[in-house]
Design a protein around this ligand. Sequence first.
Ligand SMILES: [Zn+2]
Length: 412
Amino acid sequence: MTGIDICVRNARLRRRGDALVDVAIAGGRIVALGPALDVTAREEIDADGNLVTESYVNPHLHLCKVWTLPMMAEEALKSYRAPGMARTASAIDLASKVKASYDASWIIPNARRAVALAALYGSTHIRAFADVDAKARLEGIKAVLAVREEFRGIVDLQVVAFAQDGLARERGADRLMRDAMALGADVVGGIPWIEAGAADAQAHVGFCFDLAAQFGKDVSMLLDDVGDPNMRTLEMMAAEAVRRGWQGRALAHHCRAMALYPQPVFAELVGLLRSARVSVVSDPHTGPLHARVRELMDAGINVCLGQDDICDAYYPFGRNSMPEVAFLAAHLLWMTARDEIETLYDMITVAPARAMNIADFGLAVGAAAHLVVLDQRDVVDVLRFHAPPRCVISHGRCVDLARMRELAGLHA
Ligand SMILES: [Zn+2]
């Protein structure tokens, strides 16, 4: 076989025992997979018997807000942490003050640093939220769209135009959301639970689906991110997805209130999620309540993990490392048995790829070549060290990790 761009030799694949294989890549795709492939490649990578897996996928990152925590007092962070998550809405209001000084010129370098870190830690795809409202105007979306172009083919960004401060409660946000989609955003982002009352929440959901239909895009919504068992906007979104024929195209984020739902309410919700083919993104490290991850998965719902925040009003840490997110989730969700750790690894690779409708994602012949070559032999060690991969392959090309370190502001 000729015309091979990269051949990864002696790769250990997940769930395949001790057998080592070679992975041949050409034209951005995996073209052959098997022991001791008889191919000549332009570039050979010896995995030395270590793991080679799909690259990481982050379905939830507030990219316009990264590294803004030093720009504000810590009241927002403290408010978000209030007992029972009862003051989330006021935390969002406090956090939104920083947006008065939003300007693409300083958001771009922050976002660039975060995306370079993502590449360094093996992520090739991110669903990136940018706030769209009267304070942020279109500065966040312009910045994130610029960074999308800069990293195209290295880290693919699905840019979400996100009505963070609401639509009914934020005058003019509807017009700005339309403008953001016209500028080239990839996904319509909503947050219906933040509106005052069910009627406004329903109108918010309806507006987002109208916009999604108009531009032919998927929907992503932050739902029920509050300690209130009566908050039911996940149900609203799923029902709307079914009504509109948008099954598999509406992604649910946070959904923390479901932790407080009585069992019959939860059971009914699960049925609805199944018919709407809604996937759920959980970020258990950024709040004390979280979606009922294991119960959802047991019921056949696709669940994945997201980074959520990096050094902003909601979370002070984060370095865009999905194995680090999985490591935190292992503790917070108490998923520490070997098969559960394998599941967590799925939740940062194939599960979010499915949730984000990324085409041809997977480690198989014919799939797009998005891979990481690691320095560990099993996923428990990958989570233990959550160190940068030895090599990151995106669209069939090795990512220049030295360049990514430089862009991330890390010294050699
Ligand atoms: Zn979030």
